[in-house]
Design a binder for this molecule. Sequence first.
Ligand code: SF4
Length: 401
Amino acid sequence: MKFALTTLGCKVNQYESQRIREALVARGHTEQAFSRPGADCYIINTCTVTHRSDAEGRKLIRAALRFEGRVVVTGCQVEVYPDDIRAVSDRIEIVRQEMMAPHFDVLLPPGITSFGGHSRAFVQVQSGCNNFCTFCIVAHARGNPWSRPWQEVVAEIDALERSGYKEVVLCGINIGLYEGGIAALLRQILARTAIPRVRISSIEPWTVGDEFVELLSQEPRVCKHLHLPLQSGSDEILQKMGRPYTAEYFSDLVYRLKSADNGIAIGSDVMVGFPGEEQHHFEESYSLLERLDITYLHVFPYSPRPKTKAAVMPRQVDAATKRQRAQVLRDLSRAKREAFIRSQMGRSEDIVVTRTDPGSFGGITSNYLAVRVQGSACLNDLVRVCLVDYDGHAVEGMPCG
Ligand code: SF4
């Protein structure tokens, strides 16, 4: 069979797609581009985190329906809004993620062996969440928390390292719920594999403990980069969101991380226009973020998700206000990112090469700066560079010993 596969959404979705891709290929099936006609089967792995993701999913489904092959839809949208997908066409096969392997009569491999041409591989270690933040549909889509045994994770990372990967990014839905603790998992990975770099990109602030902060700051193989979703800087809004921490807790956590190692890059998600967010709540968020030593922000206008508590809360915020607040925070993010980048000039950093062009190459530092270098290197190399210039768009590096 010839199949085409496209994936929306988070790293966990990307990982799950890679696993089913490897299962299909191992069975002798071949992959082709999703945009081309001629496949026997088009697979769409959906995301439902916002109404835009839903719309994007339906767009891809309609694109696949123009061709003659089977159309299989899986992923988070299938879990929570299957009727919306059914309404698009009765040609669609709706398949829950856990049923994908039996649906295609294949066996899922115990782990992935590559990551679709990328220089850094995502490795899922956890799924599910039991916090049920009032805006979030993901917890409904992903069910109760579960963790992969550390032995399985270690074996997968070991195999990826042996096949040339220099960096893995651990992912999960709420990775801080990893059974036994994420710090303990990291220690196993560091002790039992030779992978040069492990990145934890996103972790809920209330799940970060002292042992983890210590590891992040002291272990050079753990990337100096964390994504800590704040969502709001107002305690009143955080409480309505069902987020179990305060602005002060978050602020202390950022302070602890930056005191442990000032070079750690800290990103954060912020939601604007949650129901009941008045101008003064937004200003609380702004002044907290302005004060904090945060590197960049991902700003999301609140998107009501049917079946969540927040969708039926009173005092929904109008679209124009959400847009305006999002713009203000994106401007703040730009200024913060620039200030962080400028503070890194003159440092020597290893980059994992993620891109090669004639006469130059590019890569990512441990603290997540994208660096462009004149010269040549191979994809996946680890190259020591000095950060010499920043022109407002890209960081320029020079190879150094
Ligand atoms: S912690 Fe909250 S936002 Fe994150 S997955 Fe769980 S319910 Fe959703």
